[in-house]
Design a binder for this molecule. Sequence first.
Ligand code: HEC
Length: 122
Amino acid sequence: MRYLLLLLFFVGCSNIQAPEQSDLQLPEKSNLQVPKQSSIGEEIYKDRCVACHGENGEKLALGKSEAIGGWDKEKTEKVFEGYLNNTYGKELKALMKMQIGHMSKERLVQLAEYISTLSGKE
Ligand code: HEC
């Protein structure tokens, strides 16, 4: 009787098949792409700055600015401030002031942040 129970036990177990590995297909890595999140800074830049400063901040805007891509965040923030209170700028500073005049401080910080991530090269 004992043996029979033991036998039943084993038979029972053998029915609990572990799923074969091939059943456990994980999605391939390439399917797990998380969409690259674009920041607000990136959105504003692409919307309002790219035409003159280039996608990577590599252009000399209207031939007058430096290439701003990769500038330190703090530097860019100071420059924005300077344009806004007329203490910074060259011939076309009024034009640049117009570009950022209506923006909140928070947005300018986000823009400066994004600009710091740009390569500054074609
Ligand atoms: C119509 C073209 C134009 C657009 C659009 C524009 N800029 Fe400019 N930007 C310029 C010019 C021209 C200068 C140089 C101005 C001067 O004489 O000081 C400049 C200068 C700058 C500078 C300082 C570079 C330096 O040489 O000192 C920064 C930073 C800057 N722009 C950021 C931005 C950002 C951020 C935006 C988008 C919100 C933007 N610009 C949109 C034309 C543009």
